[in-house]
Each structure stands twice: as structure tokens, then as C-alpha cells.
Design a protein around this ligand. Structure first.
Ligand SMILES: [Fe+2]
Ligand SMILES: [Fe+2]
Length: 491
């Protein structure tokens, strides 16, 4: 955890002056969009197709201009969760983020750090390269080596593909994300213990941990999301707090918060239920409805949490907003809930973010007092129904978008009779119902360690989609522990 993954490296240059950089960003974004669209078209069409030809020409023009201006190879590089064009970081926005993510996923899928187009690139080479790059096949061996062999065989001389460094390889990223997840639980447990024994919490370590969680979300969002399906850790509050922290950080990122704010938000979310340390376990784990007295004690946890955090604040670099979040995460949009506030404007933005993800994680987790555990999709639709009174509508909308129609970790039934777990969302909003899934049973319902398949893939013979989701299933009803499939990816 001592690395500082956001530090600039030699591969990343500082953009030159204002106007130049603006023009570069604009041209860079246009190039990225063309690359993305052509890659998508290459998946479903032959290069003779009109749409492919048109987009192909547009991308070639963009590249040709860049090669002429820069007089050096044009490289599209992935570095610490960002995309660099000729060493300059391209800036994404809420609207363009799905494209950035999709291009990064495609590079990672092929185990690449960079694709480089060299001066002398011809139109025909680009048209031969894109279908090879876009092709999906799951054979044994290194995806990079296979791609390189195909490029050589197609006599493409002016496109280079650079192999990903071991650190950025998918299995290393997954392993490291899983490690951070469990480290967070251990750290929170230790913090709770120290707090109980009136020793200080090491907020400095919490901050380091949050920076690391932030970096993992940037690098590997879908896998980190998958980990939030882990619900079976014996100590509910610990597991819940780590999930809330991850989901809040990812949501805050979509809402446009910067890195510093996201680290603070992560810390605030991490300690949101600190006050529950004071709530007796008989009340926390009571299977029946709480009586008035017990409810009153339960509803004290925001005050108790805020109190503890006030004591911690001082010199310990604890963000002030953590105190707000502890205090305000049960206040509803219509100001009902607890504690009583009288003006919406007094409720901190961070508290409204944590409110959404806290509710989501709580109702998707089995608890003795909860008659029904909601699947991830059911939880989102319930939350949308209650949106006007319970949640800030804009934050909720961003959350629903972030999770997708079938959120990562959903168990789904396919029209082939197979069952699958959603591993990653489709970044193209038109294909939102076609995520990438891992097959976990065959058509007869026998458990298998199946392939990871993209539901946007079509059967080459018929041109139809090979598999389609019929609906979400409740993992508890089928005895499926979704988190196992994510942890298996980290081994
Ligand atoms: Fe709470
Ligand atoms: Fe909570």
C-alpha cells in the first residue's frame, strides 16, 4: 500500500499551454470516440459494411492528422486507470466516461498497455487491424501473443501492441483488490477495538487505505464492485461498512467529485456506523420488531457516532464531513427519518450519497430481522419507487446508472437454460441488458466452472444474439454464493 499509483510516470507528460491543450483534448476525444465506435462495428460487421467504411475513414483521418502533426508514433496508452494519448492524459466527463471505460476494458482484455500507430500507416492496414483487435475468442495462452501473431500474419507493419506490465494484468489487479477489501475489514475491526478501549484510531492508516480503495476503483471498478457481494463475514457492521465505503466512492466518482474529496468520502462512509459500537447486540440482532425503547436506543447511533468522531477529529486528519455523515445518514429526502433536521440545505452532500448506498447494501443483505432479502435489481427498483421521499433523486439516478439494469453480482437466468453471474456491465447504453457474465450452470442446471461470455456477442451463423437474459434470480433461493465467483478470479 505504499505505492502512490497516481504519481506521474515517464509515460505521462504534462499537457502544454491552455489553448493548445484544449484543442488537443478535443481532437483526442474525437479520436477516442472513433476508435471505440469502429471497434464496436468491427465486432458485428465485415470491413466492407458501409458504416464500418465510414467510421474507418474518419478514424484514419484523425490518426493521419495526429501522425503528421506529432511526427512520431501516435500511442493510446492505459496508465493507472487513465487513458493517455501521446503521453497526455485525456479527460473524461460523466457523458464520455463509458467510452473511456470500454476502450480500457478492450485493451485490458487483450493484455495491452498501449496500441501504437506509426507514421506510414495505411488505410488498408487500419482496416485489417480493427477486426483482428475486436475479435473475441477464448483460447488458451496469452491474448497479447495471439494478437501479435495475427498482426504479423496480416502483414500490418505500422501498428504496434505493447504488452501490459505484470502489475496491471487482470489477475494481479484482482488479487490486489481482494487483498485491500479484506485489509479494510481487518483495519475497521482494529479501529473499533481501539475505540472501545479508548485508544485512538489511526486515521492516517484509514486515509492510506481509502487512497488504495480509490485507486482500485479507478483501475478495476467491476471487480471491486463484485467484491461488495461479500455478505457473509461474521461481523455484519464491518462487512457492511466496507461495502458502503466502496459503493460510495464509486458513486461519488460518477457525481464528479475529485480524488481528494473521494478519499474523504471513503473515510466518512467507512465510519458511518461507528456509533453502533454503543448499541447492544441484542438490539442490533433482534429478530423481531424493536419496541419503542429499543428503537430509541437504535436511533441514538448517529449521535454516538458523531460524538466519537468529534473526539477523534482534532489533529488526526479526519475530515469534518465524516461527522456529518455519521449524524445524517438516516435522514430522508423529505426530512423524516432520524435525527430530526428542519432544513434540507443542512444535510451534507456526502450524507446523501452514503444514505443511498447504505440503504442498498442493507436491504440486499440477509439479516435475522429482515423477512426478505432483495436481489440487487429488486433493490434498485424499490429504491426508485421510494425516490421522492427517501433519496435525493439525482444521486439515486446516478446510482441506478452506475449499477445498471442487472448490477454486477446479479444472478441471471439465460434463454439457453444456463445460469450466470453478471461480471461486468456493457458500457454501451443501448446494450445495457447485455452485460458480460460468467456461466455457472449448464442448460440442465448442473454447476459448472463456465466461460465468461459477452451477451452482446452474436452467433456467427445466424447473426442472432447467442444468449439473452430472461430475468434476475435470487441467489439465496438457488444456494449460490455470488462472491465466491469473484474471489475465484483473485486466485
Ligand atoms: Fe446507520
Ligand atoms: Fe449503515
Amino acid at each position: 500500500m505504499s505505492e502512490e499509483p497516481n504519481a506521474r510516470t515517464s509515460a505521462e507528460r504534462r499537457p502544454s499551454g491552455g489553448a493548445d491543450n484544449k484543442a488537443f483534448q478535443k481532437a483526442g476525444l474525437a479520436l477516442l470516440i472513433r476508435f471505440h465506435v469502429l471497434e464496436k462495428l468491427a465486432k458485428i460487421h465485415d470491413p466492407k459494411n458501409d458504416a464500418f467504411q465510414e467510421q474507418g475513414r474518419a478514424l484514419f483521418e484523425s490518426l493521419d492528422r495526429l501522425l503528421a502533426e506529432a511526427e512520431e508514433p501516435a500511442s493510446l496508452r492505459i496508465r493507472h486507470g487513465a487513458l493517455l494519448l501521446n503521453g497526455v492524459r485525456l479527460k473524461s466527463s460523466l457523458g464520455t466516461y463509458p467510452i473511456f471505460r470500454s476502450v480500457m476494458e478492450e485493451l485490458r482484455r487483450r493484455e495491452l498497455d498501449a496500441v501504437t500507430f506509426k507514421p506510414g500507416l495505411t488505410h488498408d492496414e487500419l482496416f485489417r487491424f480493427m477486426p483482428i483487435f475486436a475479435r473475441r475468442e477464448r483460447k488458451e495462452g496469452s491474448p497479447h501473443a495471439r494478437l501479435q501473431a495475427e498482426i504479423d500474419a496480416a502483414n500490418i507493419l505500422h501498428v504496434g501492441v505493447e504488452k501490459a506490465s505484470a502489475l496491471e494484468s487482470p489477475s494481479n489487479l484482482n488479487r490486489s483488490a481482494a487483498r485491500i477489501f479484506f485489509l479494510s475489514i481487518v483495519h475497521l475491526k482494529e479501529s473499533f477495538r481501539r475505540n472501545q478501549e479508548s485508544q485512538g484510531i489511526n486515521v492516517h492508516s484509514t486515509r492510506r487505505l481509502m487512497q488504495s480503495i480509490y485507486n482500485h476503483i479507478v483501475d478495476n471498478e467491476s471487480f471491486v464492485f463484485g467484491l461488495t457481494n461479500l455478505k457473509n463475514h461474521d461481523e455484519y457492521t464491518l462487512n457492511h461498512s466496507v461495502n458502503v465505503c466502496i459503493l460510495a466512492t464509486a458513486l461519488g466518482r460518477r457525481l464528479g467529485l475529485n480524488r481528494g474529496e473521494l478519499v474523504d468520502l471513503g473515510i466518512a462512509a467507512f465510519f458511518h456506523d461507528l456509533g453502533k459500537l454503543e448499541t447492544p447486540l441484542e438490539i442490533l440482532n433482534k429478530p423481531d420488531k424493536l419496541d419503542d425503547g429499543e428503537r430509541e436506543i437504535m436511533e441514538q447511533h448517529p449521535f454516538k457516532g458523531a460524538e466519537k468522531l468529534v473526539l477523534l477529529q482534532g489533529s488526526r486528519r479526519l475530515p469534518l464531513r465524516a461527522i456529518h455523515v455519521a449524524m445524517e445518514h438516516h435522514i430522508k429526502e423529505d426530512l423524516s427519518g432520524y435525527p430530526r433536521y428542519f432544513d434540507k440545505a443542512d444535510v451534507n452532500l456526502f450524507s446523501k450519497i452514503v444514505k443511498v448506498v447504505d440503504f442498498f447494501d442493507a436491504i440486499t443483505t440477509k439479516r435475522v430481522y429482515r423477512a426478505k432479502v432483495f436481489t440487487r435489481s429488486e433493490a434498485l427498483s424499490l429504491m426508485l419507487e421510494q425516490s421522492a421521499s427517501e433519496f435525493n433523486p439525482i444521486i439515486l439516478k446516478a446510482f441506478v446508472n452506475l449499477m445498471g439494469d442487472f448490477p454486477i453480482g446479479s444472478l441471471v437466468a439465460l434463454d439457453t437454460g444456463e445460469m450466470a453471474v453478471v461480471f461486468d456491465l456493457n458500457p454501451d447504453p443501448k446494450l445495457a441488458l447485455r452485460p458480460t457474465v460468467k456461466l455457472i450452470t449448464d442448460a440442465s442446471g448442473n454447476k459448472i466452472d463456465g466461460d465468461v461470455v459477452d451477451l452482446a456477442e452474436r452467433d456467427p451463423a445466424t447473426g442472432r444474439f447467442a444468449r439473452t437474459i430472461l430475468g434476475a434470480l435470487n441467489p439465496a433461493e438457488y444456494g449460490v454464493e455470488v462472491s465466491d465467483y469473484f474471489l475465484a478470479q483473485a486466485q
